[in-house]
Design a protein around this ligand. Structure first.
Ligand code: SAH
Length: 248
């Protein structure tokens, strides 16, 4: 049980598996005015940077669930490194349908909303773990500019144009689901560069260390096409942000 191998290779050196920088993650934590002792649930927790740094900086406790064995292992090591292993727990597994045994003050899914079958389904799932007065966090892409063709959408790794909305429509869609948007922190092109460009050196080093691996062809193809594709499509067309929601 794991995610497709290409992500475990290309993002093996990432601490944050989305276009947020460490500064943006800290800004988000501060924006939420987290009280020490707040419980945070994180579905698709990746390498655990959000829970670990918020435990260190804001005194939260947390549980993260992630399907990547590699990332979950890295999250546990990060918790030890930051001295918060007694406050955050990381579980390797499928987060689809996961409901916390004790309700939480913040329930999050950043960059993995397929876990609940899309944004609406993920909000519904997270709501089942949420205390009254709690906050749901959704990290999701949106179109900076609406692509003129489906080919452009595919260049951004979207299945189609309809996979994402422009920002005003995304914000309105949360209202349509019965939620107030109470905060948001948006990434920028520098953040996207850190997320995407950081994959290339990792891919290159992997190729050098694994010349005979049967997976090398796929990794080579990704390294060859990735930079140009990113510059032409994702960097120009896609935004990304984390939206803080409270039920109306
Ligand atoms: N929230 C993290 C990771 C985002 S990347 C961060 O911002 O850094 C998407 C993550 O979802 C990856 O870590 C991947 O392993 C995880 N994932 C994908 N499908 C999943 C599933 N069904 N259940 C739990 N985690 C999943």
């Amino acid at each position: 049980m794991d995610i497709p191998r290409i992500f475990n290779v290309s993002e093996s050196a990432h601490r944050i598996h989305n276009p947020f920088t460490p500064e943006k993650l800290a800004t988000l934590g501060a924006a939420l005015r987290l009280e020490p002792g707040t419980c945070v649930l994180d579905l698709g927790s990746g390498s655990g940077e959000m829970l670990c740094t918020w435990a260190r900086d804001y005194g939260i406790t947390g549980t993260g669930i992630d399907l990547s064995q590699l990332f979950t292992g890295q999250a546990k090591l990060r918790a030890q490194e930051l001295g918060v292993a007694d406050r955050v727990e990381f579980i390797h597994g499928d987060a689809a349908g996961y409901i916390a045994s004790e309700k939480v003050g913040v329930a999050a899914c950043l960059g993995a909303t397929w876990i609940g079958g899309g944004v609406a389904g993920t909000i519904e799932l997270l709501a089942k773990s949420l205390l009254t007065g709690g906050i749901i966090l959704i990290g999701e892409p949106y179109w900076l500019r609406l692509p003129a063709t489906e080919e452009i959408a595919k260049g951004c790794h979207a299945g189609s144009i309809s996979d994402f909305l422009v920002l005003p429509k995304l914000l309105a869609s949360f209202g349509g689901l019965g939620y107030d948007v109470v905060e948001m922190v948006l990434s920028d092109q520098d953040g996207w560069d850190r997320y995407e460009a950081a994959k290339w050196l990792t891919l290159r080093r992997w190729l050098e260390a694994n010349p005979g691996d049967s997976f090398a062809e796929e990794v080579r193809a990704e390294l060859t096409s990735g930079p140009g594709r990113y510059a032409a499509y994702t960097r120009e067309y896609l935004g990304w942000g984390v939206f803080a929601l409270m039920p109306r």
